[in-house]
Design a protein around this ligand. Structure first.
Ligand code: PMP
Ligand code: GLN
Length: 380
């Protein structure tokens, strides 16, 4: 049979995690913590699960959770969202992104993405008849090439996708980035899809500058986040979309037929936890910065070169002093021969630069795991 996604195979995350398991390697590839979420949060979810809250949630999400999200974004980003019409709970950020693209991108519409780009954008664009226009981020700091963006924007640009903090590079937007984006989009109908799932994982005292912080950008933005990263519960798959009412209404039309609604006890438990410990996520920058610093220090004696990541729980390591294998082969070799699995980043490019010699390592792990992995990485 003909395929609607002929270029798509099994994702790099599944492939590397599988290889790591087969080889008994330390898995720093797919991004997930090896520690659990907060005890109170788990207790609240169990409470609802055991006490009869196991039927469909409202299509748009449990009201208490939408309200808690509204309070959170008000205090963090000074953005006043109407919880009834502008916030929608989804089954992870992945569903949110798909629903937003399916609702807002049509045949022939162009969508700009910045490479290296997280893997779920382009398939969603293609399935809906859109055309992906790839622009490379400029190393070493993986910043947007504003001149190229300016040239790429035109009448058919329906959407620009911005992932901040950025997976896999760890780049983080500055205030000037938001201002430049606003300037370039002024007067157009182009929408922004903000993938901000790592919003609470930013380092060195920088703030996370959500699209919601910028009133002019927020009007044209659909902003997606996920509780999976924030509460160390990637397996729960609860995310959400914040967008002005007219855009939210369109996203909801897709969401209601894609999944209809998201798991009830998880939503109720999250709502209780956000109310009981509204500041929990404020500890995340320090918590993950300590892990980043530990991982970087442990690798100080290795032949890898690194610039400490500025956000997300991923660290890029440059292995050009060790090998000139291409990164997909290097990742496989490292998993099989060294016993540490990582993610090659060429898979996130439409046209990977030939001299790309970086691998992505997830440091959302306990000290013992980081030490064991670093010990192996220092030997090569
Ligand atoms: N966007 C980015 C940049 C991600 O890294 C991830 C997953 N880690 C997602 C979206 C998907 O999030 P979720 O697991 O909530 O679907
Ligand atoms: N977002 C996770 C990562 O970047 C992977 C999620 C997935 O496996 N699809 O590693």
């Amino acid at each position: 049979p003909s395929s609607k996604l002929p270029q798509v195979g099994t994702t790099i995350f599944t492939r590397m995690s599988q290889l790591a398991a087969e080889q008994g390697a330390i898995n720093l590839s797919q991004g997930f913590p090896d520690f659990d979420g907060p005890a109170l949060l788990k207790e609240r979810v169990c409470h609802y699960l055991l006490n009869g809250h196991n039927q469909y949630a409202p299509m748009t999400g449990v009201p208490a959770l939408r309200q808690a999200i509204a309070s959170k974004i008000k205090s963090l980003y000074s953005y006043s969202a109407n919880a009834d019409s502008e916030i929608t709970v989804t089954s992870g950020a992945t569903e949110a992104i798909f629903a937003a693209i399916a609702a807002l991108v049509g045949p022939g519409d162009e969508v700009i993405v910045f490479d290296p780009a997280y893997d779920c954008y382009e398939p969603a664009i293609s399935l809906n008849g859109g055309i992906t226009h790839h622009l490379p981020l400029l190393p070493p700091h993986f910043v947007i090439d504003w001149d190229r963006l300016k040239d790429a924007l035109h009448r058919k640009t329906r959407m620009v996708i911005v992932n901040n903090p950025h997976n896999p590079t760890g780049a983080v937007f500055s205030r000037a980035d938001l201002d430049t984006l606003a300037e370039l989009l002024r007067g157009s109908d182009t929408l922004l899809l903000g993938d901000e799932v790592y919003e609470h994982i930013v380092f060195d005292g920088q703030p996370h500058l959500s699209l919601l912080c910028h009133p002019e950008l927020a009007q044209r933005s659909v902003v997606v986040s996920s509780f999976g990263k924030t509460y160390h519960t990637t397996g729960w798959k609860v995310g959400y979309v914040v967008a002005p009412a007219l855009l939210s209404a369109e996203v909801r039309k897709v969401h209601q037929y894609l999944t209809f609604s998201t798991s009830t006890p998880f939503q109720l438990g999250l709502a209780d936890f956000l109310e009981a410990e509204p500041d929990h996520y404020l500890q995340l920058p320090n918590f993950y910065q300590a892990k980043r610093d530990e991982f970087c220090q442990l690798l100080a004696g290795s032949r890898f070169r690194l610039t400490p990541t500025r956000g997300t729980y991923f660290q890029l390591l440059d292995y050009s002093a060790i090998s000139d294998r291409v990164d997909v082969e290097m990742a496989e070799w490292l998993t099989r021969e060294v016993g540490v699995a990582a993610i090659p980043i060429s898979v996130f490019y439409s046209q990977p630069p030939a001299d790309l010699r970086w691998l992505r390592f997830c440091f959302a792990k306990g000290s013992e795991t980081l030490q064991k992995a670093a010990e192996r990485l220092c030997k090569i």
